[in-house]
Design a protein around this ligand. Structure first.
Ligand code: HEC
Length: 218
């Protein structure tokens, strides 16, 4: 007479389950990898011209106005790439010029170790304001104080001036030290920050646009 064996004590059951779970998880991971690569692939200049939304727009996004809008569907704010906007007096940066400018900014951000104090796209420190959406901080806009304080007529010039001489414009209890940033580096860094602000980060960091001074804590 054969003895009843519970399925839970059957080795073959566990071996088969392990094989199925491993197989399923591998397929899921491969699919997710492709999906993520597609989602974070940088857009092109023609995407921008044709108003095709990409999570990471082309570097030439610096030729456009970048704002944010609440998306009820997604439950957080999403970037909106608007009309053409002058950036240091121009709105016709070629793909190569814009990419070179961003590259210079990225190198400068690494050389000067901004992440030692700030957070960029979730990486870095919280000693100083999160820089992911610093470009959208109202402090730099028409209603903010930074243009008047630096004596500049545009957001990008005010930001560049601040980056070159931060200790001249102390607006926070903590002061950003002078890091010896050159004019070219400052321009690159501002382009880098503007591009970063145009990236759809699923609403990270939370509430940046709604609270005046949320980023540029005052
Ligand atoms: C030693 C720490 C430190 C380092 C390194 C540093 N910062 Fe700052 N930064 C600060 C502090 C503190 C503030 C806030 C001071 C203020 O707003 O006046 C600040 C403010 C800023 C602001 C204004 C933030 C806003 O949202 O309006 C920008 C932009 C900025 N830093 C960019 C940079 C960049 C780019 C780098 C790297 C090249 C950098 N910082 C490196 C400490 C630092």
């Amino acid at each position: 007479m054969s003895k009843e064996v519970s399925v839970w004590t059957d080795n073959r059951f566990w071996q088969r389950s392990a094989a199925w779970v491993t197989g399923f998880a591998s397929i899921l991971l491969i699919w997710l990898t492709f999906d993520t690569s597609g989602q974070i692939a940088m857009g092109t200049d023609s995407d921008l011209q044709n108003k095709i939304t990409k999570r990471v727009p082309a570097p030439t996004v610096i030729n456009y106005k970048v704002t944010y809008e609440m998306s009820d569907k997604r439950g957080h704010e999403v970037p909106v790439i608007g009309e053409k906007e002058k950036f240091f007096g121009r709105d016709d940066y070629s793909e190569k010029e814009a990419a070179d400018l961003l590259h210079l900014g990225k190198l400068a951000s690494q050389a000067k170790n901004c992440m030692n104090c700030h957070t960029l796209l979730g990486n870095g420190a919280y000693y100083a304001p999160d820089l992911t959406k610093a470009w959208l901080d109202p402090a730099w806009g028409e209603s903010g104080s930074m243009m008047a304080l630096t004596g500049k007529n545009s957001k990008e010039e005010a930001m560049a001036e601040f980056l070159m001489h931060p200790s001249k414009y102390p607006t926070h209890e903590r002061m950003m030290p002078n890091l010896g940033i050159t004019e070219d580096e400052a321009k690159g860094l501002v382009a880098f920050l503007k591009h970063m602000a145009s990236i759809d980060t699923n609403g990270f960091p939370r509430n940046f646009g709604r609270m005046e001074g949320a980023i540029h804590g005052k």
